[in-house]
Design a protein around this ligand. Sequence first.
Ligand SMILES: Cc1ncc(COP(=O)(O)O)c(C=O)c1O
Length: 430
Amino acid sequence: MQIKPFELERYFAEHEFRVRFLLSASDCESLTLQELLALADADGLALWDGLSLAYTESQGHPLLRREIARQHQTVTPDDVLVAAPEEAIFIAMNTLLAPGDHVLVTFPAYQSLYQVAEAAGCTVTRWPLTPDGAAGWRLDIDFLRDHLRPETRLIVVNFPHNPTGHLPTRGELDTIVEIAAGRGIYIFSDEMYRLLEYDPARRLPSVCDLYERGIALAGLSKAYALPGLRIGWLATRDREVLNRCAAFKDYTTICSSAPSEVLGVIALRAAARIVERNLAIIRSNLSAAERFFAQDTALFTWLPPRAGSVAFPRLAERVPVAGFCRDLLAAQNVMVVPGDLFGHAGNHFRVGLGRRNLPEALERVQRYLDHGGLRQGRTQNVKRKTQNVKRKTQVTQPAWRCHSRKPLAGIQRRCQRELGCPIEAFGHDG
Ligand SMILES: Cc1ncc(COP(=O)(O)O)c(C=O)c1O
């Protein structure tokens, strides 16, 4: 299979473990093992203490599948297949699709939600979310109706949506299901950010509970703050599809990690407490971000998210977002993901709302702006070799040149103190 590089994940691979501030992370502040075990009941602790590091059941630990099924109205443990979330996307797309199929995908999108389909020889129609001012984002349901084809096999939705934080109404979701059901089209529903609704009354049911041909993807990476466990799942009442997915998994991981499955059982039993903790972080960051971006409405357009741990504001046209992100990384050690990594051309960037250090990261952005980072509306500090963000974002140019006559060591100490890294960290010795 020939598949294009996953731009967002390549960008994270390059920067995630090197930068000081991840202002665009999509997950919530990760729990430590200790914190998770402190939430375990006696049965969970006994499972953990008696853990055997053997192969596990390929469909997933029965207790884990039982906890997952408990979150649904209609799904039983036999309707669940455990896999890492990204793996589950790969498995489901390869199972459901064949060359020549047509697929509609909410857009912008987490790349694998359309790239695997394209690599499998399908035609993909991007179903656009559009900015809607103070209302956030809008999804035109008529677009879906108008773009169905006789060969449409799958509709891919992602609510709460990454990167916009959009959440449709219950009525809109029902209409999507109605449209799909009318033609027997499958719905792949990426629900990785479900449970993180700011208003719990707006939480949507899982699509696999609404529709027999609905396949839900969920997992522990976002709402549960446990991305390192690599535990997710597919849930569907379509037993034939589930069995085919299970058979495909024999070619990916065969079975999931034994420690992760047990920790997953513990996490799901403590769901309410974990989700409440994460929502508290998000709510506080959301207010901080709203305040911050409201300070300069000529530069930033804040488009309020309705759920989840990400937002997708717009930067004024005069400031190309790729250069802004590159500059901010070089000057302030803050990583921000530009919108083109989601295939979006609208000069947006993603803000992650789940990390505790968001206020400090925003202070760094402020410092960047205060130090003339956007003089004359252009990013200043890093030489632009190319306009393409795919470019190696490795900074090879100095963030700025120091003309001070003071000894460089003093300047370096200040750089270390204020930016959190020495000048050499930019790979420059000038
Ligand atoms: C919408 C969406 N789906 C799936 C995934 C994959 O989750 P994981 O990275 O835990 O495999 C992500 C991760 O960012 C995501 O944002």
